[in-house]
Design a protein around this ligand. Structure first.
Ligand code: GDP
Length: 447
């Protein structure tokens, strides 16, 4: 039995969907703990492509229980469309459960999200405009609507009438927008409630029972470490906690329930939206990575900015998440390059550092210090073991593992399930140890 958290080790879009889907094979339960429909995973199974936003990737396995935890926020309209999509593909949703404590995205959240982003002008954050930030803001402000409120028609009437009155003042006075008709929204959301009612339960009980029954549980992070509200590149972050610690809060489990943390990182780096990006490539190589890697957002279709692998970020992700091992994705995207750079440290105001700066202004001044490695000049997408890889590709992986001090358990060389090298069993295999018995840092095993 192992309870595993899968997190993104960069700015999201690392290919967590594919890795979670692979690991779901050995999971009895897959649970989402944060984020909303701003997340997007693409999973390719044979010739079918699935784009999931809220439903955990485990839904593609018929016997896996899939839980949307209390730390997520739910846009019922989008969730229902997603349910319709999977059902039209003959995938059952019978194993889906939704936390009654999860907050609900309302029409005013979407309106306020877009209007406030416009109002920010050159200070915009680059949100997806799906209302996620305002939904979490209402959660903190204690004016949120939860799934359990949606299940209570009388209560919902009272609560929404008051809330929409309040939000209309903001919409009209602050943003010059038309007010919302409460009765229309109430009717719309009561319709959603009926469709979702069979799935809504107290998921903290279900997950605790799964722990007691010694089930294998996979906690599926959305977004990535650098988008974390507390530990990411604030203010260009999401409104929740994608880091491993968020899994306990967003599911209602104590930290003792977690056995290991698997990080997912691309063999290079991408970033969507605004904010500094030290290893960003603006020329031909950046364009090449973008087009070969199909770097366009699953949720918004936005073009992703591309750059070299950044080991300062990698080390930070290892530290902040307590990462035990790493899955490296999209190695194949680097196949055609003559040489590949890796950022080994930053220079900030003339001083070199290996530590990721918390201060956003300092981060904006970071210059990457690179080490250049030779490329491998041939395709890796058909490689199925480390021995199949060109020696330069293997060296590249070893270099990354040693730099960020974590073993590589999985290497992904294409979007489909079989384009994968399992170096070691990520669930029961490598576990990062911090210190030797004599207290000195351990020399960590690389790929
Ligand atoms: P996620 O949210 O972290 O799952 O990332 P996305 O799904 O937004 O983006 C990852 C994209 O890369 C998807 O289109 C995947 O199908 C694709 N992908 C995943 N792993 C690989 C890989 O190893 N190689 C290539 N070429 N594509 C991959």
């Amino acid at each position: 039995m192992a309870n595993v958290i899968v997190i993104g080790a960069q700015w999201g879009d690392e290919g967590k969907g594919k890795i979670t889907d692979l690991l779901s094979r050995s999971a009895d339960v897959v649970m989402r703990y944060q984020g909303g429909v701003n997340a997007g995973h693409t999973i390719v199974v044979k010739d079918q492509t699935f784009k999931l936003h809220l439903i955990p990737s485990g839904i593609l396995y018929p016997d896996t229980k899939c839980i949307i935890g209390s730390g997520t926020v739910i846009d019922p309209q989008v969730l229902i469309a997603e349910l319709d999509q999977i059902e039209s593909l003959n995938i059952s949703s019978k194993n889906l459960l939704i936390s009654e404590a999860a907050h609900v995205t309302m029409p005013y959240h979407r309106l306020i999200d877009k209007a406030s982003e416009e109002r920010r002008g050159s200070h915009k954050i680059g949100t997806t405009g799906r209302g996620i930030g305002p939904t979490y803001a209402d959660k903190s402000e204690r004016t949120g609507i939860r799934m359990l409120d949606l299940m209570d028609p009388q209560g919902l009437h009272e609560q929404l009438e008051w809330t929409i009155n309040y939000k209309n003042v903001i919409l009209e006075k602050l943003y010059n927008l038309s007010p919302i008709d409460a009765s229309v929204v109430i009717e719309e959301y009561l319709g959603y409630a009926e469709r979702l009612r069979p799935y809504v339960v107290d998921t903290s009980i279900c997950i605790y029972e799964a722990i007691r029954e010694r089930r294998n549980i996979l906690f599926e992070g959305a977004q990535g470490t650098l988008l974390d509200l507390d530990h990411g590149t604030y203010p260009f972050v999401t409104s929740s906690n994608p880091v491993a610690g968020g899994a306990c809060v967003g599911t209602g489990l104590g930290p003792t329930a977690i056995d290991r943390v698997i990080g997912v990182a691309k063999a290079y780096t991408t970033r969507v939206g605004e904010g500094p990006f030290p290893t960003e490539l603006s020329g031909d190589i950046g364009e090449q990575l973008c087009s070969i890697g199909a770097e366009f957002g699953t949720t918004t279709g936005r073009k992703r900015r591309c750059g070299w692998f950044d080991a300062v970020i990698g080390r930070y992700a290892v530290r902040i998440n307590g990462m035990d091992c790493l899955a490296i994705t999209k190695l194949d995207v680097l196949d055609g390059l003559e040489e590949i750079k890796v950022c080994v440290a930053y220079e900030i105001d003339g001083v070199s550092t290996e530590h990721f700066p918390t201060n956003a202004r300092k981060f904006a001044r970071c210059r990457p210090i690179y080490k250049t490695l030779p490329g491998w000049g041939r395709s890796t997408s058909d490689c199925r073991s480390l021995e199949d890889l060109p020696p330069q590709a293997l060296n590249y992986l070893k270099f990354l593992a040693e730099l960020i001090e974590v073993p590589i358990a999985i290497v992904s060389l294409g979007a489909s399930r079989d384009q994968t090298i399992i170096v070691e069993d990520p669930i029961h295999g490598p576990k990062r140890a911090l210190l030797k018995p004599d207290g000195t840092p351990i020399s960590l095993k690389s790929a």
